[in-house]
Design a protein around this ligand. Structure first.
Ligand SMILES: [Zn+2]
Length: 261
């Protein structure tokens, strides 16, 4: 019970830090965060302060705090942006679509096509240890019973360089394959949502269905080359980081060698 309370306090603190960070760095939009699901996926809410138009990124589980915030602030939830089609990034979507039926679900077509073979692929390739791992936690065990068809068909198949509007705020998509074939990073201003491509001091695994180490290296290097060092990175898991410190401190992909260690 004590550790549960401690965790709640930490998450609340993290939530507030995100709010402060985004306020300090931007004027016309805000980013909020909620940790969700058995694999602790980061779900983000981004919204225009004036327009009140909003998008959720990777609702991988119940995001009650963010949903309450959307309702209490009368935000217009326009999009669900999916960085990639893994279960821990999409699990919360059916509930959100029930609450906000007009919301448009956005993901890359390659990852949509992989959704329906993902579980069988993982069981076949990771073995029974994988199933035991999922069953060891009530939150992750729900992943085993989840019907991917309950997500429905995406309203928008996201392509490289596609843009989306939240009021006057433009959000752009960058195709970033490697962890999955249809990985997408979303960005606006000095904020980059990196999904499971780039994490704090590490990168996403590539022993995944249609994963590619070579693509992953290219995707991360493209992020390094595209975005200024000051760009804040909000990843799919773990704490936020920035492009500059990853260039020098991320030992998984070095700047001077085209290899992943
Ligand atoms: Zn993933």
């Amino acid at each position: 019970m004590k550790s549960l309370m401690r965790n709640i306090q930490i998450y609340f603190l993290l939530f507030m830090v995100f709010l402060q960070l985004s306020c300090a760095k931007t004027e016309d939009f805000k980013v909020l965060h909620e940790l969700t699901g058995g694999i602790e996926t980061n779900c983000y809410l981004i919204y225009g302060v004036k327009s009140k138009e909003a998008a959720l990124i990777d609702p991988g589980g119940p995001v009650d705090t963010l949903i309450t915030f959307i309702k209490e602030n009368a935000l217009d939830l326009k999009y669900i942006f999916i960085t990639h089609g893994h279960i821990d990034h999409v699990f919360g979507i059916p509930d959100i679509k029930r609450i906000f039926p007009k919301v448009k679900m956005c993901m890359h077509e390659d990852d949509f096509n992989d959704l329906f073979t993902q579980k069988e692929w993982a069981i076949e390739n990771y073995g029974s240890e994988f199933v035991d791992f999922l069953k060891s936690n009530p939150e992750t065990s729900k992943f085993l019973d989840f019907d991917m068809h309950s997500l429905g068909v995406p309203d928008i198949f996201v392509e490289d360089n596609q843009t989306f509007q939240l009021g006057s705020l433009e959000i752009k998509a960058m195709h970033s394959p490697g962890h999955s074939p249809g990985g997408i990073c979303y960005y606006t201003g000095n904020i980059l949502f990196s999904g499971d491509v780039l994490f704090y001091r590490t990168v996403g695994r590539t022993d995944t269905q249609h994963g590619s180490t070579e693509d992953q290296i290219n995707s991360v290097r493209t992020l390094y080359e595209t975005f200024p060092d000051s760009t804040i990175v909000y990843p799919g898991h773990f704490q936020p980081t920035d492009i500059g410190s990853e260039k020098t401190g991320n030992e998984r992909i070095t700047l001077d060698k085209h290899n992943m260690q």
